[in-house]
Design a protein around this ligand. Structure first.
Ligand code: SAM
Ligand code: SF4
Length: 338
């Protein structure tokens, strides 16, 4: 570290002190949600940010322009539930004008996709990742606190018809809850061609009820599926998901995001902007950098770029989930933008 410069470079890629380049941005467009997934939010009692604190379309677009100027190449629009932000397609159209070559994807619970998929595709979204934690109606309801599996499946069909492909599925695996469905998800992947990405349960729930004993390690997930449907690894560049195809050539793919048991911090290229304009260099970060106040009090684009460079420069080498000194961030996944 001694030969490292003490402050971030003022030009070139958005780099941190450990040489990682942040070029993959997640923007949370709202903290609100129409689901209450048990691993993310409490059933009730969460207060939403007042509208005045949420960045406007113009503010979000301006910041995206600054991020793109700093080398950001892909954008994930997320939340909360991004599709509950009124007129999301208009925002995406504005995003598209500042990033004509950006890879724009959406992470959604899918329940409003049947109404919005076509409009979002026309506005410039390239592809969708849809969260589906169970293929059984009762368990889906148990995990999301909404009886909405059929509507989400209809949303997935609409997303496919609108060309928001390749479609990825996010499934948070929780021991004793949905870990008996791994084979069913693999079968579904083979039937639909969807890439099913199993995510290890992370300590990012608003209630702070996460238990390590409920984390199902990605290696165990792969072993279970491989026993039924043999898998073959696929080279996957800097993607956090370790990706596998079916060895018999069936469509679909299986990914595991082992954020807890095998953190991918060394190659992490992610950066997050919360709905009220705070930059977070890590999901588990305890510090964040505010852009809203400086922006609202007249900061120039160059000044905002400087703040972003400093935020990335300050990124820690890796999260502390597996260390005795781990402190869960105050913000939950829905507040950060997963
Ligand atoms: N509402 C959208 C959705 O659910 O897809 C987007 C936002 S959500 C916070 C993004 C992703 O984070 C979802 O796939 C969700 O399953 C995942 N997530 C939320 N809380 C989590 C937790 N405690 N551990 C692991 N993944 C989590
Ligand atoms: Fe809402 Fe997504 Fe959190 Fe579920 S995971 S409560 S859908 S933000």
């Amino acid at each position: 570290m001694s030969d490292q410069p003490v402050s971030p470079p003022s030009s070139g890629p958005l780099v941190d002190r450990f040489g990682r380049v942040a070029d993959d941005l997640r923007i949370s467009v709202t903290d609100r949600c129409n689901f209450r997934c048990t691993y993310c939010m409490p059933a009730e009692g969460l207060t939403w940010l007042p509208k005045s604190e949420i960045l406007s379309f113009e503010e979000l677009t301006r910041l995206l322009r600054v991020f793109v100027g700093l080398g950001v190449k892909s954008l994930k629009v997320t939340g909360g539930e991004p599709l509950v932000r009124a007129d999301l397609a208009t925002l995406v159209r504005m995003f598209r004008t500042v990033g004509p070559d950006l890879d724009i994807s959406l992470t959604t619970n899918g329940v409003l996709l049947d109404q919005q998929a076509a409009g979002l595709a026309a506005a410039g979204v390239n592809r969708a990742t849809v969260s589906v934690d169970s293929l059984l109606r009762h368990r889906f309801e148990e995990m999301t606190r909404r009886d909405a599996l059929d509507k989400v499946l209809a949303g997935l069909r609409a997303a496919e018809a609108a060309g928001l492909t390749p479609i990825k599925i996010n499934c948070v695996v929780i021991g004793g809850i949905n870990d008996g469905e791994l084979g069913d998800f693999a079968r579904w992947s083979r039937e639909t061609g969807y890439e099913v990405r199993f995510i290890e349960y992370m300590p990012l729930d608003a209630q702070h009820e996460w238990e390590r004993a409920k984390v199902v390690p990605g290696a165990q997930i792969l072993e279970t599926i491989n026993a039924e449907f043999p898998l073959a690894p696929v080279g996957n560049g800097s993607e956090p998901a370790a990706l596998y195809r079916f060895a018999d050539g069936a469509p679909g793919a299986i990914g595991v995001i082992n954020s807890v048991t095998e953190p991918f911090c060394d190659t992490c290229n992610r950066l997050r902007l919360t709905a009220e304009g705070f930059v977070r260099a890590c999901l588990f970060a305890l510090e964040e950098t505010e852009l809203r106040a400086p922006m609202r009090s007249g900061a120039t684009d160059d000044e905002l770029a400087g703040l972003i460079r400093a935020a990335v420069w300050g990124k820690w080498p890796g999260h502390r989930v597996n260390h005795p000194d781990f402190v869960q961030p105050t913000r939950s996944m829905s507040m950060i933008g997963g």
